[in-house]
Design a protein around this ligand. Structure first.
Ligand SMILES: [Zn+2]
Length: 476
């Protein structure tokens, strides 16, 4: 008997079109039908081949097998599907995870694109809104209200915030005059404070547990403290993931930004575009902050404008200057904490010698007005500041911009740092050395000179005789 498509259909399917499992199993055990089915189509790769797919294709006249819209490779046959749900016969993409993700993204952005085009269509044809379908009207309203609510809330919040900052009306007056705006403001700012308080509590508990872990203390795994530790930990991990995502989206948009208008980008890639904007703002803010920092530093050190005057003359720049100082300080402290564990010995020795000579010597002293750094030692009776730059972060000598050897050394450090950055993009010890040696130490010394401070700087531990001699110079 000749084996044909009709024969196969007749054998494998009931009159109502359902698959006859028993007969199907029989057919795929017989060599001649097996060969016919195997050779019926030439577009099924061996690793994806299944007899079920072939008979369903024969039954439904599917001559061409669909391909992955992303990469063009064959898609996956959905083995579980019954032949009546022909729409789901094939998965949309191939088995590649990237293709699956990309396709999902495309579908979402298609939907968004579609929704926005409906929104725009109705917006421009608002007098005929009744002629649109309920679904279209609902999409239009959703987008419209979404935009309005977002704008209104922030407008109200900012409006009240500005009023409060202006300080011309009392809070009570504001509340009476603008009750709705004020309630929005109140709600948002309470949320902000709550979020902040909760975060502080979580962070404290997290740090407590970390310390306990470090010191091998007993931890109560049922305690709220431990639960908060877990919450903060996972939050931390998520945030670092978000940062990575933001960066990826930033690069993604950067690559296509010339091909689309801003409006198109917002519609096509709303999330990615959003992340792009926030990431570039962050980059810009960092850059701006750094320039402001240099600007104020220059004003203080080179133009002899006092910090107070800078604060009055350039409040924004001065603010950024402080932020920059804080960031550097934080990083410095983190490193310095590690440092004191290892190299506290000579520092301790110096302290002991100093205490013998001047019993009022203070360790880690900070003078906010004249010397806003942690000074290693300070002797109040002599008003003398002493820095011990013994660790390798200070490179054993004062940095000199005009010294060829120093510039060579700096280049060497920069090179080592950039090699490290290729491995991991973390702040590394070479960054720390560059910062300490060429920036922080220089700045510290400039403060000492500018404010006419009595000071001594040691790059190695002085002998007791040398120290005594040096100190004596400052005694009446
Ligand atoms: Zn694919």
């Amino acid at each position: 008997m000749d084996i044909t498509d009709d024969y196969i259909i007749q054998k494998c399917f009931t009159k109502t079109g359902a698959l006859n499992r028993k007969k199907f199993n029989d057919i795929i055990t017989r060599d001649e039908t097996k060969t016919y089915l195997y050779n019926r189509y030439n577009d099924i790769p061996d690793e994806l081949f299944s007899y079920k797919e072939v008979i369903i294709r024969i039954k439904n006249n599917i001559e061409t097998r669909p391909v992955c819209p992303i990469c063009g490779k064959p898609v996956i046959f959905n083995k579980k599907v019954n032949n009546k749900l022909i729409k789901y016969l094939y998965k949309i993409t191939c088995d590649n995870k990237e293709c699956k993700n990309k396709n999902l993204k495309n579908r979402i952005s298609d939907t968004i694109k579609n929704n926005y085009s409906i929104y725009n269509k109705i917006k421009n044809d608002i007098e005929n809104i009744d002629s649109y379908s309920p679904k279209e009207i609902s999409i239009y309203k959703q987008i419209l209200y979404g935009i309005e609510i977002k704008n209104n809330t922030y407008n109200n919040y900012n409006f009240i915030k500005t009023l409060i900052n202006e300080n011309t009306l009392s809070i009570d007056d504001i509340q009476q005059k603008y009750p709705i705006e004020y309630s929005v403001y109140k709600r948002l700012s309470t949320n902000l404070v709550n979020v902040k308080n909760t975060n502080t509590k979580l962070k404290n508990d997290y740090e407590n547990i970390i310390n306990k872990l470090k010191n091998n203390e007993v931890i109560n795994y049922e305690s709220l403290e431990y639960k908060n530790y877990l919450i903060f930990k996972s939050h931390k991990e998520k945030t670092s993931k978000t940062l990575k995502q933001n960066y990826q989206d930033y690069i993604f948009i950067l690559n296509i930004i010339n091909n689309y208008s801003e409006n198109e980008l917002i519609k096509l890639y709303p999330n990615e575009y959003n992340n792009f904007i926030s990431y570039s703002k962050k980059l810009d803010a960092n850059k701006k902050r750094f320039f402001d920092y240099k600007f104020i530093l220059n004003a203080i050190l080179n133009d002899n404008i006092s910090e107070n005057d800078c604060k009055k003359l350039y409040p924004n720049e001065y603010n950024n200057y402080l932020k920059c100082l804080n960031i550097n300080d934080k990083i410095y402290k983190t490193f310095n904490n590690n440092k004191t564990f290892n190299t506290s010995k000579p520092e301790k020795e110096l302290l002991e010698q100093l205490l013998k000579l001047c019993p009022d010597t203070l360790y880690q002293y900070k003078d906010l007005e004249r010397y806003p750094f942690n000074c290693d030692f300070y002797i109040p009776s002599l008003d003398l500041f002493i820095e011990y730059h013994g660790s390798h972060f200070h490179c054993n000598k004062e940095f000199d911009n005009n010294d060829k050897n120093d510039l060579n050394k700096l280049n060497e450090l920069l090179e080592k740092s950039s090699i490290k950055h290729k491995q991991t993009n973390k702040y590394n010890q070479y960054d720390m050395m560059i910062y300490t040696w060429t920036d922080l130490d220089v700045r510290k010394k400039n403060y000492m000179i500018k404010n006419n401070l009595n000071f001594l700087i040691y790059y190695k531990l002085p002998t007791p005789e040398k120290l005594k001699n040096d100190i004596n110079k400052f005694k009446g």
